[in-house]
Design a protein around this ligand. Structure first.
Ligand code: RP5
Length: 163
């Protein structure tokens, strides 16, 4: 039986991995099963359509899609599924502003939940996916509560090396 909490992480290029690795690590920290694939909306349009088109039947609950530049991957994913799609704009020659606008400016009717540019967006996409999954998983909810508590308990002294 498929893992009930499966997340699919797509990225437009292998060159996005050093950033998207943080999404994968965050999901690992919460023991959330996920698959990572490098597929480009422009270079691999057929594979993207097939992969995302069958994602729900494959047991995927949330799709995270990261791309840079003309970042159409998240939008194309959203066009092929009604699963929640979280977009992560990658940094680029235009500092990620192009990626951000390409990802966030979806037409009404086909939503993409867009996160911040780069590493913070990658981590938060994973956390938001976990928060979505936690709606039906009390153990994940408890892990999220302790994760937030750890942040809240961090020392206020900026010179501290702890945390
Ligand atoms: C996008 O173009 C990718 O998501 C990546 O951020 C950017 C550059 O890709 P490569 O030329 O490094 O493969 O499609």
């Amino acid at each position: 039986m498929a893992d009930p909490n499966l997340v699919l992480i797509l990225m437009g290029s292998k060159s996005d991995w050093p950033v998207m690795e943080h999404a994968s690590r965050t999901l690992d920290d919460f023991q959330v099963a996920h698959e990572c694939k490098a597929l480009s909306a422009h270079r691999n349009p057929t594979k993207v359509a097939a992969c995302v088109g069958s994602a729900r039947d494959d047991g995927v609950q949330v799709v995270i899609a990261a791309a840079g530049g003309a970042a159409h991957l998240a939008g194309v994913c959203a066009a092929h599924t009604t699963l929640p799609v979280l977009g992560v704009p990658m940094t680029s020659v235009l500092d990620g502003h192009d990626s951000l606008l390409s990802t966030v400016q979806m037409p009404a009717g086909v939503p993409v939940g867009t996160l911040a540019i780069g590493k913070a967006g990658a981590i938060n996409a994973a956390l938001l996916a976990i928060q979505i999954l936690s709606l039906r998983d009390d153990s994940l909810r408890e892990r999220l509560d302790s994760y937030r508590k750890k942040w809240d308990d961090r020392p206020e002294d900026p010179r501290s090396t702890a945390g």
